[in-house]
Design a protein around this ligand. Structure first.
Ligand SMILES: *[C@@H]1O[C@H](CO)[C@@H](O)[C@H](O)[C@H]1NC(C)=O
Ligand SMILES: *[C@@H]1O[C@H](CO)[C@@H](O)[C@H](O)[C@H]1NC(C)=O
Length: 249
């Protein structure tokens, strides 16, 4: 990665190493204006929608579809006494179909809060399950998807400020949160049981109980996917100094 950045610096002679301004289509907001938060909301929504295309210069991947990194793995359970499950190869569709965004940034605590509503977010994954369902042996490697209908994502990013090349920068301090509130979820795990109708019944039952399932997941994995979203945001912050993020500082 370092080598690539150095190469980009040399090739383009942009001042990448000293900092970039915001990507051309990204809106810049004035801290001193009373409409700062509404402006930021519009800016962030616009930025997300633009990420149908990647912004490679800024280290930003395409968000639709967003292909999760290889280390995005969710694994839990015990195959001796129950079921061990492993989710890998995540792919997210619909992350740029945003219907509303509400953002607020607190300059004193450096916390960014976001409420983002999407039309539909489809999470696809590879899935392994092995162990015992009652006393029925299960050992399957398959795929599946969850479709979140009109989900609201509530995100919180904690930032911290530091100096780099005499310029002020933000970076993600970690410990952020992501909670999601869909209006329904449709589960579609493939071929868990040899008898197709059994898999169908399980999917139907999970979809009917989407509220309980959501609460269970959020309890089990309170920071689910947040590491990755923090890393992506950090890529932008790394390259754009604070005075190029906001006006009126
Ligand atoms: C997000 O929504 C909650 C209510 O669900 C509200 O309390 C909070 O202020 C909102 N945050 C932003 C950044 O709009
Ligand atoms: C499950 O199947 C894989 C091969 O598909 C095999 O390597 C593994 O040992 C099996 N596990 C159990 C518990 O039978």
């Amino acid at each position: 990665m370092k080598a690539i950045i150095t190469l980009v610096c040399i090739l383009t002679l942009t001042n990448l190493c000293q900092g970039l301004t915001l990507p051309s289509g990204f809106k810049k907001c004035d801290k001193t204006k009373s409409d700062f938060n509404p402006c930021l909301s519009t800016a962030i929504q616009g930025a997300i929608q633009q990420l149908k295309e990647p912004q490679t210069e800024y280290g930003l991947p395409t968000l639709d579809p967003f292909v999760g990194p290889d280390d995005m793995i969710v694994e839990y359970g015990d195959e001796t006494t129950g079921l061990r499950q492993k989710y890998t190869s995540f792919k997210f569709n619909g992350l740029t179909d945003v219907t509303s965004t509400s953002a607020s940034f607190d300059f004193s605590t450096k916390t960014l809060h976001l409420n983002i509503t999407f039309v539909e977010v489809v999470v696809e994954f590879d899935y392994q399950i092995s162990g015992w369902f009652i006393l029925y042996p299960v050992n399957v490697s398959t795929t599946g998807s969850c479709t979140l209908i009109k989900p609201l994502f509530k995100l919180a990013f904690n930032l911290e400020e530091y100096e780099f090349e005499k310029q002020s920068h933000y970076r993600v301090a970690g410990g952020g949160k992501l909670n999601f509130f869909p209006e329904a979820i449709i589960f579609d795990y493939k071929d868990i049981f040899k008898k197709g109708s059994l898999t169908e019944e399980i999917n139907k039952g999970m979809s009917e109980n989407w509220k309980i399932v959501t609460a269970y997941w959020q309890g089990m994995f309170p920071r689910l996917f947040m590491d990755v979203f923090e890393e992506i945001f950090d890529e932008l912050l790394k390259r754009v100094p604070v005075p190029d993020l906001f006006d009126g500082l």
